[in-house]
Write a protein that binds this ligand. Structure first.
Ligand SMILES: *[C@@H]1O[C@H](CO)[C@@H](O)[C@H](O)[C@H]1NC(C)=O
Ligand SMILES: *[C@@H]1O[C@H](CO)[C@@H](O)[C@H](O)[C@H]1NC(C)=O
Ligand SMILES: *[C@@H]1O[C@H](CO)[C@@H](O)[C@H](O)[C@H]1NC(C)=O
Length: 757
């Protein structure tokens, strides 16, 4: 969401960055020095001291240590961030106590009817089978996000009817004057030293957890916002806004700041601190809608921090990224994370283009109505080109490319691409347009988005755009109208995958399927910011940023019903009960209208009412993840530091990637015959489960045993898959199948992904 970030801020950031790097720190950069887990039982102040002493031993002078240190991570994550020259960084990296040293990188944010669609309610009625009732709407679960802060005055965070804060909570609001905590919003803290070290100084007026952007309030209220009725945007009724765990307590850890010219807005140094503090404060669920291209697990602050969180039983949910539909774009790929793609829901905000003659074109919009009920002159923006502008820029409605004399009073037709969708509307409005029709370019195809534009506007598909451009060139006096947007539900087919949702395969560990799951992430309504720049209490946004907190909210519900489930058991329940079919009973589609495969949808769309009762789960312990890391090539010495306790790698002949007890099955580069083992744990009454396999094309998958007879709750049973090419077909690329265990009542489903060497 780039709309409300001013250009001025970017310019200031640019200037500050230049000064900062050229004057203040010649050839110095900010680094993370990661020392692993804590195993020495030192109290926090001693740990901090030890970090200063350690850095002192490397850089020499005491004064320079105080200047260099950014943060000491002294609670659950062991390490520090500091501004260092390359020599010092190299020395630290060679030190035996150090796990890894890596530059502090910048990350980007992955920019309500949805709960009805997920069957937690039905036409506003919440029946007894709803997980909302079973889970008491998430009462007393603490859900936090790491994001752009929070708008504390939003009704989504009001504490009407909330009792005292759960006694285990150690957090709070850092500054009650800037962000006031209540019994609903129970924490708000901010971290910006890492941002300033990388991008330059922020004004001191920014030193608070207030959300000037909207993204953080949107994601936090999607996960845990109150029921707020009568929400509308630009006069269009939306209904009741609410989060996945509407009665949860929420906390905000602000780690993201104004977007910089490189697009970075959050940094690893701040995120590590946010995690360290949130774990200590006692959160139950962490929702993180940001990321960077994935890197080695020990050069990746998010992978490191989330490992320490799950080791404390906290479930950590991440967005998959918005770099789809290209393959290999999925980020946040460690197996201990839940990685969430974005899909559509069955509601649209439709605003039609009506032409004096010709077809009626369906568009999507959340804009205001046109002032008068009459036909308006239409104008191709290319024909409104300013004298000194290029035709391409004019067609795209870029800033400074339009001639106001030509645009005034017309509905301007702009092409998608090149600049932001909403920015185009702003440019059109400033040039005097009465309205805007945004046409998809070829690469965006059918993907249209309901944006709250600055002027009456709608957004149409590529095919309809071609029809519109044809009409414009067919007449000297083109006239048209944009109808006022109206919500329409029961849209079919839904869900389908959003084109922007990042896709697998996982480029760090191809043997683990990512994303894990998908959730609503297109046209999601949630709380926003009433900062002076954007006085919108509720706003509609799209992105995996929006789908991630849907899962976080549902995790809150699952934790209330099953407080004893591990983060891996929760993930398994979500994945094995997910829906890979749409509301017409057909396999879920991609935006391109081809069948969505596990690289886009993971296991499928979350199904909360089923996830609470999965029958069986694929559970995992922290040691299983360490075994996985051994198999990935990290040695025992390093992993002992990482975990903070004595640990031994398994025997070398054990394949801990293939056999990681993950709820999906990936055989990467199959050659000959491969055996895969899994263990299922019964979390329900005794039951007899039979196996069913939908084998990938050209692959035979044999399962032994074919029946699992669970005689009591908690019992664990092992099975083995034997996977080999069946010789019927030459296999290229990836092929997909499904494994299902069923007792008649439950279906425990896992995607199967195979590539051949
Ligand atoms: C707390 O916030 C207020 C209002 O933004 C500000 O004036 C004050 O300086 C802040 N206090 C601290 C200790 O940062
Ligand atoms: C373990 O790995 C680290 C980091 O790659 C390396 O520095 C160290 O020498 C290795 N130790 C052993 C015992 O192989
Ligand atoms: C797979 O398992 C079967 C049965 O347990 C065993 O006979 C076979 O040797 C195994 N194959 C491989 C490649 O490990």
């Amino acid at each position: 969401m780039k709309l409300f970030r001013g250009f001025l801020t970017l310019l200031i950031t640019l200037i500050c960055t230049l000064q900062w790097s050229s004057l203040a720190f010649n050839s110095k950069k900010s680094y993370i020095v990661y020392l692993g887990g804590h195993n020495n039982g030192l109290e926090a102040s001693k740990i901090k001291e030890s970090h200063f002493e350690f850095l002192h031993s490397i850089v020499g002078s005491k004064v320079s240590v105080d200047e260099a240190m950014i943060y000491s991570y002294d609670k659950h994550i062991n390490g520090f961030s500091a501004i260092l020259d390359e020599d010092a960084a190299a020395k630290l990296a060679d030190h035996p106590d150090v796990v890894s040293v890596f530059p502090n990188k910048g990350l980007k944010l992955h920019t309500t009817h949805s709960w009805d669609f997920l069957k937690l309610e039905s036409n506003g009625v919440i029946d007894s089978s709803s997980l909302w009732r079973k889970a008491r709407f998430g009462t007393n679960i603490i859900i936090a996000n790491l994001d752009t802060g929070v708008w504390p005055e939003s009704q989504s965070f009001s504490d009407d009817g909330y009792g005292p804060i759960p006694s285990k909570w150690k957090g709070g609001c850092e500054n009650q004057t800037s962000v006031a905590c209540n019994n609903k919003l129970i924490g708000a803290k901010y971290f910006n030293k890492g941002y300033m070290a990388l991008y330059g100084a922020l004004s001191t007026s920014m030193n608070n957890a207030r959300d000037h952007e909207g993204h953080g309030s949107h994601t936090l209220s999607t996960a845990g916002g109150n029921f707020v009725s009568g929400v509308s945007i630009n006069g269009i009724g939306i209904g009741t806004a609410k989060g996945g765990s509407p009665r949860a307590r929420v906390a905000s850890y602000k780690v993201c700041w104004p977007q910089t010219i490189t697009g970075g807005e959050c940094t690893e140094a701040d995120i590590l601190k946010g995690f360290d503090v949130a774990i200590e404060d006692g959160v139950d669920v962490l929702s993180v809608s940001l990321g960077a291209p994935p890197s080695d697990y020990f050069q990746d602050a998010i992978a490191i921090a989330s490992f320490h969180a799950i080791a404390k039983g906290i479930t950590v949910v991440f967005s998959a990224g918005n770099d789809g539909p290209a393959p290999g774009t999925v980020t946040n790929v460690a197996p201990w994370m839940i990685t969430v793609g974005a899909s559509t829901i069955d509601r649209e905000f439709q605003a039609f283009v009506e032409l004096r003659s010709g077809p009626r074109l369906k568009g999507l919009s959340l804009s205001k109505a046109l002032p008068a009920d009459r036909l308006y002159p239409l104008l191709n923006a290319a024909d409104a080109k300013a004298a000194d502008a290029s035709m391409t820029n004019a067609m795209l409605c870029k800033e400074g490319s339009l001639d106001p004399n030509k645009v005034y009073g017309k509905i301007l037709v702009c092409l998608r691409g090149g600049n932001g969708r909403v920015e185009k509307g702003k440019v059109a409005l400033l040039a005097g347009a009465s309205g805007m029709i945004l046409c998809n370019d070829k690469s965006s195809g059918n993907e249209i988005i309901a944006d709250p534009h600055f002027l009456p506007a709608t957004h149409i598909t590529y095919a309809d755009g071609l029809r519109l451009y044809a009409y414009l060139s067919s007449t000297n006096d083109p006239l048209g109208y944009i109808t006022h947007p109206a919500p329409v539900v029961n849209i079919k087919p839904a869900p389908s995958m959003a084109a922007f949702s990042s896709r697998g395969p996982n480029i760090i560990t191809p043997g683990i399927l990512k994303p894990d799951i998908t959730a609503p992430g297109v046209n999601i309504v949630a709380a926003f910011t009433q900062d002076s720049k954007s006085d919108i209490p509720y706003n509609i946004e799209s992105g995996t940023s929006m789908s991630c907190p849907h899962v976080s909210g549902v995790v809150g519900l699952l934790k209330n019903v099953h407080p004893d489930w591990s983060p891996a058991a929760i993930k398994s329940a979500l994945m094995t009960t997910a829906n890979s079919r749409d509301n017409e009973g057909e396999p879920m589609m991609d935006a391109s209208k081809s069948e969505a495969n596990p690289f886009s949808r993971g296991a499928g769309d979350i199904c909360p009412n089923r996830a609470v009762d999965p029958g069986l789960v694929y559970d995992l312990s922290v040691n299983d993840y360490l075994d996985f890391l051994c198999a990935s090539g990290y040695n025992q010495t390093l992993l002992q530091k990482f975990s903070g306790y004595p640990y031994e790698c398994p025997e070398s002949n054990y394949n801990a990637i293939l056999d990681l007890n993950y709820p999906s099955i990936t055989v990467h580069k199959l050659s000959g015959t491969v055996n895969v083992t899994r263990k299922l744990k019964n979390v329900d009454k005794p039951g007899i489960y039979l196996v069913r396999v939908r084998s990938p094309v050209g692959i035979s998958v044999d399962v032994e045993p074919k029946v699992l007879n669970f005689q009591k709750q908690g019992e664990v049973k092992k099975f083995q898959l034997t996977v080999k090419a069946d010789g019927t077909k030459v296999i290229k690329g990836y092929v997909f199948g499904e494994l299902i265990w069923t007792d008649g009542k439950h279906q425990v489903k896992s995607p199967i992904v195979v590539s051949v060497a």
